[in-house]
Ligand binder design. Structure first.
Ligand code: CA
Length: 228
Protein backbone atom coordinates (compact mmCIF):
# COMPACT_ATOMS: atom_id res chain seq x y z
CA UNK A 1 0.00 0.00 0.00
CA UNK A 2 1.33 3.39 -1.01
CA UNK A 3 0.75 6.42 1.19
CA UNK A 4 1.19 10.14 0.43
CA UNK A 5 2.30 12.28 3.37
CA UNK A 6 2.07 16.08 3.03
CA UNK A 7 3.35 17.83 6.14
CA UNK A 8 5.58 20.91 6.40
CA UNK A 9 6.74 20.21 9.96
CA UNK A 10 9.99 18.43 9.17
CA UNK A 11 10.21 16.44 12.43
CA UNK A 12 6.61 15.25 12.20
CA UNK A 13 7.00 14.40 8.51
CA UNK A 14 10.03 12.26 9.30
CA UNK A 15 8.25 10.57 12.17
CA UNK A 16 5.26 9.79 9.94
CA UNK A 17 7.51 8.38 7.22
CA UNK A 18 9.39 6.19 9.68
CA UNK A 19 6.29 4.81 11.39
CA UNK A 20 4.42 4.16 8.15
CA UNK A 21 7.44 2.49 6.58
CA UNK A 22 7.90 0.35 9.69
CA UNK A 23 4.26 -0.72 9.38
CA UNK A 24 4.95 -1.91 5.84
CA UNK A 25 3.60 0.99 3.81
CA UNK A 26 5.46 2.56 0.92
CA UNK A 27 5.64 6.30 1.59
CA UNK A 28 6.12 9.37 -0.61
CA UNK A 29 6.40 12.61 1.35
CA UNK A 30 6.06 16.28 0.44
CA UNK A 31 6.86 19.35 2.56
CA UNK A 32 4.47 21.73 0.81
CA UNK A 33 1.12 21.70 -0.95
CA UNK A 34 2.46 22.19 -4.47
CA UNK A 35 4.75 19.16 -4.25
CA UNK A 36 1.88 17.26 -2.63
CA UNK A 37 -0.35 18.07 -5.59
CA UNK A 38 2.31 16.97 -8.06
CA UNK A 39 2.83 13.62 -6.30
CA UNK A 40 -0.89 13.12 -5.73
CA UNK A 41 -1.62 13.55 -9.43
CA UNK A 42 1.32 11.46 -10.64
CA UNK A 43 1.23 8.41 -8.38
CA UNK A 44 -1.51 5.88 -7.69
CA UNK A 45 -1.80 6.13 -3.90
CA UNK A 46 -3.89 3.98 -1.57
CA UNK A 47 -4.33 6.80 0.98
CA UNK A 48 -2.97 10.21 2.01
CA UNK A 49 -2.21 12.03 5.26
CA UNK A 50 -2.43 15.79 4.65
CA UNK A 51 -1.72 18.63 7.05
CA UNK A 52 -4.06 21.60 6.57
CA UNK A 53 -1.58 24.41 7.22
CA UNK A 54 0.88 24.09 4.33
CA UNK A 55 3.11 26.54 2.45
CA UNK A 56 2.55 27.28 -1.28
CA UNK A 57 -0.81 25.56 -1.45
CA UNK A 58 -2.86 25.00 1.71
CA UNK A 59 -4.21 21.59 2.62
CA UNK A 60 -7.85 22.40 1.83
CA UNK A 61 -7.03 23.63 -1.67
CA UNK A 62 -4.73 20.64 -2.18
CA UNK A 63 -7.57 18.23 -1.30
CA UNK A 64 -10.02 20.09 -3.55
CA UNK A 65 -7.59 19.91 -6.48
CA UNK A 66 -6.88 16.21 -5.95
CA UNK A 67 -10.60 15.45 -5.85
CA UNK A 68 -11.17 17.59 -8.94
CA UNK A 69 -8.46 15.55 -10.65
CA UNK A 70 -10.55 12.46 -9.76
CA UNK A 71 -8.10 11.09 -7.24
CA UNK A 72 -10.40 9.08 -5.01
CA UNK A 73 -7.96 7.59 -2.47
CA UNK A 74 -8.95 8.12 1.18
CA UNK A 75 -7.49 11.21 2.87
CA UNK A 76 -6.91 11.91 6.57
CA UNK A 77 -6.37 15.57 7.43
CA UNK A 78 -4.23 16.72 10.32
CA UNK A 79 -5.73 19.72 12.08
CA UNK A 80 -4.58 22.04 14.83
CA UNK A 81 -5.99 21.26 18.25
CA UNK A 82 -9.23 23.08 19.08
CA UNK A 83 -9.87 24.29 15.54
CA UNK A 84 -13.10 22.37 15.04
CA UNK A 85 -13.95 24.38 11.90
CA UNK A 86 -10.86 22.91 10.23
CA UNK A 87 -12.33 19.44 10.58
CA UNK A 88 -15.59 20.52 8.94
CA UNK A 89 -13.79 22.33 6.12
CA UNK A 90 -11.49 19.36 5.59
CA UNK A 91 -14.39 16.94 5.26
CA UNK A 92 -16.24 19.36 2.99
CA UNK A 93 -13.19 19.67 0.73
CA UNK A 94 -13.17 15.91 0.25
CA UNK A 95 -11.23 14.41 3.17
CA UNK A 96 -12.54 11.19 4.76
CA UNK A 97 -11.29 11.53 8.31
CA UNK A 98 -9.30 13.88 10.56
CA UNK A 99 -6.91 13.82 13.49
CA UNK A 100 -6.16 16.76 15.77
CA UNK A 101 -2.52 17.44 16.62
CA UNK A 102 -0.87 16.19 18.71
CA UNK A 103 -2.05 12.67 17.98
CA UNK A 104 -0.87 9.20 18.90
CA UNK A 105 0.73 7.24 16.07
CA UNK A 106 -1.26 4.02 16.78
CA UNK A 107 -4.49 5.98 16.31
CA UNK A 108 -3.35 7.31 12.94
CA UNK A 109 -2.28 3.81 11.84
CA UNK A 110 -5.61 2.29 12.93
CA UNK A 111 -7.62 4.96 11.11
CA UNK A 112 -5.50 4.63 7.97
CA UNK A 113 -5.94 0.85 7.97
CA UNK A 114 -9.70 1.19 8.39
CA UNK A 115 -9.97 3.81 5.61
CA UNK A 116 -8.01 1.71 3.11
CA UNK A 117 -10.05 -1.40 3.93
CA UNK A 118 -13.37 0.46 3.65
CA UNK A 119 -12.32 2.10 0.39
CA UNK A 120 -11.79 -1.45 -0.94
CA UNK A 121 -15.32 -2.34 0.19
CA UNK A 122 -14.61 -4.32 3.36
CA UNK A 123 -16.38 -3.50 6.61
CA UNK A 124 -14.20 -5.67 8.84
CA UNK A 125 -10.42 -6.04 9.20
CA UNK A 126 -10.91 -9.79 8.68
CA UNK A 127 -11.05 -10.68 4.99
CA UNK A 128 -11.63 -14.29 3.99
CA UNK A 129 -11.57 -16.12 0.68
CA UNK A 130 -12.30 -19.81 1.12
CA UNK A 131 -10.05 -21.32 3.79
CA UNK A 132 -7.68 -18.36 3.72
CA UNK A 133 -8.20 -15.20 5.73
CA UNK A 134 -6.15 -12.13 6.55
CA UNK A 135 -6.39 -9.71 9.44
CA UNK A 136 -5.35 -6.33 8.05
CA UNK A 137 -5.04 -4.90 11.55
CA UNK A 138 -2.60 -7.53 12.80
CA UNK A 139 -1.11 -8.20 9.38
CA UNK A 140 -1.56 -11.91 9.86
CA UNK A 141 -2.77 -14.55 7.43
CA UNK A 142 -4.56 -17.71 8.56
CA UNK A 143 -4.97 -20.85 6.47
CA UNK A 144 -7.29 -23.64 7.63
CA UNK A 145 -7.35 -22.03 11.10
CA UNK A 146 -3.55 -22.05 11.38
CA UNK A 147 -1.35 -18.92 11.23
CA UNK A 148 0.51 -18.75 7.94
CA UNK A 149 4.23 -17.94 7.99
CA UNK A 150 4.69 -15.12 5.50
CA UNK A 151 7.45 -12.59 5.08
CA UNK A 152 6.36 -8.95 5.41
CA UNK A 153 6.47 -8.51 1.64
CA UNK A 154 4.60 -11.74 0.91
CA UNK A 155 1.90 -10.56 3.30
CA UNK A 156 1.69 -7.20 1.48
CA UNK A 157 1.28 -8.92 -1.89
CA UNK A 158 -1.44 -11.20 -0.50
CA UNK A 159 -3.21 -8.30 1.23
CA UNK A 160 -3.22 -6.20 -1.93
CA UNK A 161 -4.63 -9.05 -4.02
CA UNK A 162 -7.28 -9.88 -1.41
CA UNK A 163 -8.34 -6.23 -1.06
CA UNK A 164 -8.79 -6.25 -4.83
CA UNK A 165 -10.73 -9.48 -5.29
CA UNK A 166 -12.70 -9.91 -8.52
CA UNK A 167 -10.34 -7.54 -10.32
CA UNK A 168 -7.28 -8.33 -12.41
CA UNK A 169 -4.20 -6.76 -10.82
CA UNK A 170 -1.27 -6.28 -13.18
CA UNK A 171 2.34 -6.79 -12.20
CA UNK A 172 3.09 -3.12 -12.74
CA UNK A 173 0.20 -2.17 -10.43
CA UNK A 174 1.63 -4.42 -7.71
CA UNK A 175 5.05 -2.87 -8.27
CA UNK A 176 3.62 0.64 -8.04
CA UNK A 177 1.73 0.00 -4.81
CA UNK A 178 4.27 -2.17 -3.00
CA UNK A 179 7.71 -0.88 -3.94
CA UNK A 180 9.43 2.22 -2.62
CA UNK A 181 12.01 2.75 -5.34
CA UNK A 182 11.39 2.88 -9.02
CA UNK A 183 12.89 -0.20 -10.47
CA UNK A 184 12.83 -2.07 -13.73
CA UNK A 185 9.17 -2.75 -14.41
CA UNK A 186 10.11 -5.77 -16.55
CA UNK A 187 11.74 -7.36 -13.56
CA UNK A 188 10.29 -10.72 -12.56
CA UNK A 189 10.57 -9.95 -8.84
CA UNK A 190 6.79 -9.83 -8.44
CA UNK A 191 6.47 -13.19 -10.20
CA UNK A 192 8.96 -14.70 -7.78
CA UNK A 193 7.01 -13.42 -4.76
CA UNK A 194 3.67 -14.56 -6.12
CA UNK A 195 5.26 -17.96 -6.82
CA UNK A 196 6.44 -18.26 -3.21
CA UNK A 197 3.08 -17.11 -1.94
CA UNK A 198 1.29 -19.70 -4.05
CA UNK A 199 3.47 -22.47 -2.66
CA UNK A 200 2.56 -21.44 0.88
CA UNK A 201 -1.17 -21.42 0.23
CA UNK A 202 -1.30 -24.61 -1.84
CA UNK A 203 -3.43 -26.52 -2.59
CA UNK A 204 -5.72 -23.52 -2.46
CA UNK A 205 -5.58 -22.33 -6.06
CA UNK A 206 -6.47 -18.84 -4.97
CA UNK A 207 -4.28 -16.68 -7.18
CA UNK A 208 -5.04 -17.15 -10.86
CA UNK A 209 -2.74 -15.88 -13.58
CA UNK A 210 -4.58 -14.12 -16.37
CA UNK A 211 -2.17 -14.43 -19.26
CA UNK A 212 -0.71 -11.12 -20.38
CA UNK A 213 -2.79 -9.17 -17.84
CA UNK A 214 -1.92 -10.08 -14.29
CA UNK A 215 -3.35 -11.85 -11.26
CA UNK A 216 -6.91 -12.46 -10.18
CA UNK A 217 -8.29 -13.52 -6.81
CA UNK A 218 -11.92 -14.39 -7.30
CA UNK A 219 -14.31 -15.53 -4.61
CA UNK A 220 -16.83 -16.88 -7.13
CA UNK A 221 -14.22 -18.69 -9.17
CA UNK A 222 -12.66 -20.06 -6.03
CA UNK A 223 -15.83 -21.46 -4.48
CA UNK A 224 -16.90 -23.06 -7.76
CA UNK A 225 -13.44 -24.64 -8.05
CA UNK A 226 -13.75 -25.94 -4.48
CA UNK A 227 -17.18 -27.38 -5.24
CA UNK A 228 -16.01 -29.21 -8.32
CA1 CA B 1 1.62 22.85 9.05
Amino acid sequence: MRILVVEDDCALRQQLCEQLTKTGYVVDAAGDGAEGEYLGREIAFDAAVIDLGLPQLDGLELIRRLRQARQTFPIIVLTARGHWQDKVHGLEAGADDYLAKPFEMPELLARLNALIRRAAGFASSLIAVGALSIDTRRQQAVLHDKPLELTAFEYRVLEYLMLNTERIVSKSELTEHLYAQDFDRDSNVIEVFVGRLRKKIEPLKLIRTVRGQGYLVSVAQHSSAADA
